[in-house]
Ligand binder design. Sequence first.
Ligand code: DAL
Ligand code: ZN
Length: 303
Amino acid sequence: MSTVKKKKVKIKKKNFTIFLLCLTLIVFGITKGLIKLTTSPVEKDKEIKPVSKTKSDKEKKLDKLNNIQKKVEYFNFNYLDRYIAYKEKHKDLSDEQIIKNINMNLDKKHYENPTLTKNLNTETILVNKYYNLEKTYVPKNLEPISSTYALANMKLVNYAKEAFESLAQAAKKENLNIVAMSTYRSYDYQVDLYNRYVKEDGKNAADTYSGRPGHSEHQTGLAVDVFNNKETYTNFEKTKEFTWMQNHAHEYGFILRFPKDKVNETGYEYESWHYRYVGKKIAKYIKENNISFEEYYATKIKS
Ligand code: DAL
Ligand code: ZN
């Protein structure tokens, strides 16, 4: 072959290779375009976002509680783990009851790491086996109750004292004697009292009816033990005065603080003689809803 012919053949081969390359690219392009056109929008999305949204630990925990936080305003996010742990142990309880019980600290042991109580010098102060007062706490404005309605040296915070005198006066009009026999007690007084009970009955028994020092509501100056000046105070339940108190104490802002059916919440045995001033509005609410002061605090006061 002449060199001119050889060159022509080479050029033809080169053109053919270029032609093949172009054809391959065109076919490839058309195929891809067709695939894109035939893919549904959903599949397209899948292609773009293959990872679905996963729930956070917190969301999973809230799911376990059936998102009760949307229904109850007293839900406390700081207690989330405690709610979950309590639910595991108390599968029979409603989610609402679980929240209430934890807010009342019912998952904790009595007297274990108590919290210094807030709301000092107010009618919403809570003192119990979880909340305590400092040794030095003495309520402001303590005043003696008139001797017509009290044994000697009985003091309450002024507004509770006024309310108690009005209450006792109203009862007197119906020939009933409601007499204050134990009111404000200092921390030191409670030390002696509690120690005496422990000596007499042992610690376990004493704890069912007596507050440990710093844990007695009597230190708030808002609690009063009453009797009718005839029967011993432990028989107060059997008296007409008790029936009157059941019907009227709330009208003066007092509640029966340790009811029979609330032992689990209050931490104390039933005391028909122990009343606590909380103000008329709260007393009415507690009575009408048949709840303990602990539950009121856990659902209405504590954040
Ligand atoms: N008796 C009541 C519980 C108290 O000691 O405070
Ligand atoms: Zn008492």
